[in-house]
Design a protein around this ligand. Structure first.
Ligand code: ADP
Length: 453
């Protein structure tokens, strides 16, 4: 049953994504409620929302992750729905359930689908069953180092141990030889246990020089699924993305169509609704293998918005209102031109050490084909408690060359004073002949790091 349009939405997040969601709500004529921690009292999302409620102290566990405080804020302000953004509670099936029982719409997939996709080795099994190519690896959670050893012998070294509940590029160990396995297994298990409160591990083939390719999907609540092309996110530091683009130079039209068709079948069968991203690694022979699903909006969604002309966040809200994709999308999905995003982090560009503090001067670039998503402004304070993402600079061009040159000029006009940012690193990446020629893999950024890092 399609529900009535939302009148008011609470945004259970902070930073640039909270501002992004508020923007979508304003354009849809929906009122907004911001929640904030004591450290974010002067943050832009608090200023731009129609109402704002302080939900606790700086530490995320006592504010942005505190479900009772967020639900109370939603009940006091009488909202129809909660948008969780990314990170924090966005992929927490328990929170989606609490919203449901409180009769507040959770803007995301159904709890059971979030749960399936969140247990990575189960998501792998599901995709394998549905005929999506998956990296060779274990078929379930590894019971012991001996079982890991047997599986590794079958698929051949190197292999990678990964946390079943993992995320953010953490808790992974590359195993090159059988004699290393037991020690790395113990390390990965204890790291996973403390970071994700589950020690479960699985194992898959390690690709030495992969490209990270991911497909943006939208599903409605009536079994409709659309694929909005792919993004390439191979420019990473420590398994975390720094620069993303769409489309990928490495994906052929035939491959895009083939993976798109397989994903459409799989996600419709899963009952997938709302926005999501299906991540793949491309091996040295150009073959794509599924690695995981992110059941939420992603940081890098704007590059897809530029090349498809589709507003992903507004689509999320309209899907949650019960609308069908045919009503939401302007027509068949087509990719036009090229878009690039640089993540401007508050961190030292050489060491990646976070750089919180007061921004004494701030100027964001503009002009044709330039978009800046940020929460920052002159005199704001970057708190030390959260993710270091300060702004996203996205450029669009008729082709990749134009998008690159536009990014270079926009970076040169982006001023952030008082703290370190990743801007100089992005300038080095964009000037690199291999980057410009599209010759890179996930190891690319290592060439800009001090030796031994
Ligand atoms: P997370 O959920 O922690 O982000 P992912 O499974 O998405 O973990 O992997 C993050 C990154 O780690 C990938 O983009 C890639 O750089 C690297 N990685 C993950 N699995 C493999 C693999 N099997 N072989 C090589 N690199 C990998």
């Amino acid at each position: 049953m399609p529900s009535a349009p939302f009148k008011k939405i609470l945004i259970a997040n902070r930073g640039e994504i909270a501002v992004r969601i508020i923007s979508a709500c304003k354009e849809l004529g929906i009122q907004t409620v911001a929640v904030y921690s004591e450290a974010d009292r002067y943050s832009s999302h608090v200023r731009f929302a129609d109402q704002a409620i302080c939900i606790g102290p700086a530490k995320s566990a006592r504010s942005y992750l505190d479900q009772p405080s967020i639900i109370s804020a939603a009940e006091i302000t009488n909202v129809d729905a909660i948008h969780p953004g990314y990170g924090f509670l966005s992929e927490n099936p328990g929170f989606a359930e609490v919203c449901e029982t409180s009769e507040i719409k959770f803007i995301g997939p159904k709890p059971a689908v979030i749960r399936l996709m969140g247990v990575k080795e189960q998501a792998r099994a599901f995709m394998r069953q549905m005929g999506v190519p998956v990296l060779p690896g274990s078929t379930g959670v590894l019971g012991s180092p001996e079982e890991a050893l047997e599986t590794a012998e079958c698929i051949g070294y190197p292999v990678i141990l990964k946390a079943s509940a993992g995320g953010g590029g953490r808790g992974m160990r590359v195993v090159n030889r059988p004699d290393e396995l037991a020690g790395l297994f113990a390390q990965a298990q204890s790291e996973a246990g403390s970071a994700f409160s589950s020690p479960d591990l699985y194992l898959e083939k390690y690709i030495a020089a992969p490209r990270h390719i991911e497909f943006q999907v939208l599903g409605d609540e009536h079994q409709g699924v659309e694929i909005l092309g792919e993004r390439e996110c191979s420019i990473q530091r420590r398994h975390q993305k720094l620069l993303e683009e769409s489309p990928s130079l490495a994906v052929s039209d035939a491959q895009r169509a083939e993976i798109g068709a397989a994903l459409r079948r799989a996600l419709a069968a899963a009952g997938y609704s709302n926005a999501g991203t299906v991540e793949f690694l491309m091996d040295e022979d150009g073959k794509l293998y599924f690695i995981e699903v992110n059941a939420r909006v992603q940081v890098e969604h704007p590059v897809t918005e530029f090349v498809t002309g589709i507003d992903i966040v507004k689509s999320q809200i309209r899907i949650a209102q019960g609308e069908r994709l045919e009503e939401i999308l302007p027509g068949p999905v087509t990719l036009r031109g090229h878009a690039i995003e640089c993540r401007i982090n508050a961190e030292n560009p050489d060491t990646f050490v976070p750089s919180p503090g007061r921004i004494t001067g701030f100027h964001a670039p503009g002009g044709i084909g330039v978009r800046v998503d940020t929460w920052a402004y002159t005199d704001c304070v970057v708190p030390p408690y959260y993710d270091s993402l300060l702004a996203k600079l996205i450029t669009y061009g008729n082709d990749r060359g134009e998008a690159i040159r536009r990014m270079q000029r926009a970076l040169s006009m982006f001023i952030v004073e008082g703290i370190y940012t990743s801007i100089p690193l992005h300038q080095r990446i964009l000037a690199d002949p291999d980057f410009q020629a599209g010759k890179f893999d996930t190891n690319f950024v290592k060439r800009f790091m001090p030796a031994g890092k």
